[in-house]
Design a protein around this ligand. Structure first.
Ligand code: AMP
Ligand code: TRP
Length: 328
């Protein structure tokens, strides 16, 4: 199977990005798949306009990808901006996509609301999904693993592929989303109604590269639910269910098993076991992070090799696209 996915370079990833996206990427590379994983730095430009911050975030994201165990010899790793065909095809897709489809995207509506309070809404926020469709369709993947929040963009990608194929002739395979249920949405530690995200504030998330004492402290202070039973029930027990989802994510144990293990235990017990499990799971990742930071030229080479492979792949597709749409 061919797999493609992308992640924004937000720099230091948190457990939401990791359990909801990155960790799943690993599973595919160890089975006989062809994997393409990209850091979508051009997408980041819709919200980051400071060159130093962006450069730093891209570097940290590259190091993080290798630290969690993505192997450049097994997977094709690259940054979106290293492969120019993404913007080329993205533009072509904007000309096929009805404005209304873009305006009704939930992520656009949310980000536009935030942007209105700051520098205003740039057009890139609106056309974000057409660039994402290009990221995907250029590689004709069978599956695109993403978090629940990206499902709508995947549906739009499928519509764009169908529209292109119908208008110009069959080129693109219709990709399937692959959404993970239990860890699809890791919620904030302080407000389990909201997705874990850095923008909510430091107490709401756990950084993948945060130090142990701070991780333990944040878990200790995480909100809980009423009653005492440790049970996975996102509707009635959103906070405890979230802690169980994180627990399951870092131990690879099914939630059902964890519920059994924790039967009769208190919320404090749950938190203390969870903290141990999180720390144990991410210690080796943090160790690798330090090593790759010290050897950044290795990281750069890995991404350059990946980009070279990706360019070769996309050139063939772009030739065909140009021919079909009448650019040559
Ligand atoms: P972002 O940093 O928001 O661009 O997200 C990168 C990837 O991580 C996307 O595939 C998201 O769906 C996923 N992701 C981000 N936050 C969470 C979260 N709290 N829970 C699960 N997945 C998340
Ligand atoms: N929009 C995705 C996010 O916010 C990132 C992304 C961009 C992506 N291009 C992609 C994900 C292609 C999967 C495939 O998380």
């Amino acid at each position: 199977m061919r797999i493609l996915s992308g992640i924004q370079p937000t720099g230091q990833f948190h457990l939401g990005n990791y359990l909801g996206a990155l960790k799943h990427w690993l599973k595919f590379q160890d089975r006989d798949n062809e994997c393409f994983y990209t850091i979508v730095d051009l997408h980041a430009l819709t919200t980051v306009h400071d060159a130093r911050t962006l450069r730093q975030n891209i570097r940290e994201s590259k190091i993080a990808m290798l630290s969690i165990g993505l192997n450049p010899e097994k997977s094709t790793l690259f940054a979106q901006s290293q492969v120019h065909a993404h913007t080329q095809l993205g533009w072509i897709f904007t000309t096929l996509t009805p404005l209304g489809e873009l305006e009704r995207m939930t992520q656009y509506k949310e980000k536009a609301k935030q942007a209105l309070k700051n520098n205003g809404v740039n057009a890139g926020l609106l056309t974000y999904p057409t660039l994402m469709a290009a990221d995907i369709l250029l590689y004709n993947p069978d599956y695109v693993p993403v978090g629940e929040d990206q499902k709508q963009h995947l549906e739009l990608t499928r519509n764009i592929a169908e529209k292109f194929n119908k208008t110009y002739g069959q080129i693109f395979k219709i990709p399937n989303p692959m959404i993970y249920k239990e860890t699809a949405r890791i919620m904030s530690l302080q407000d389990p109604a909201k997705k874990m995200s850095k923008s909510l504030g430091p107490q709401h998330y756990i950084g993948l590269f945060e130090d142990e004492s701070s991780i333990r402290d944040k878990i200790k202070k995480a909100v809980t639910d009423s009653e005492k039973e440790i049970k996975y029930d996102p509707k009635n027990k959103p906070a405890i269910s979230n802690l169980l989802a994180i627990y399951s994510g870092v131990t690879d144990k099914p939630i059902k098993d964890l519920e059994k293990e924790l039967e009769g235990k208190s919320y404090a017990d749950l938190k203390s076991s969870l903290a141990d499990a999180v720390v144990a799971h991410i210690a080796p990742i943090q160790q690798k992070y330090a090593e790759f930071t010290a050897n950044f030229s290795f990281v750069e080479r890995a991404f350059e090799t990946g980009a070279e492979k990706a360019r070769t792949e996309t050139e063939k597709v772009m030739e065909l696209v140009s021919q079909k749409i009448g650019l040559e």
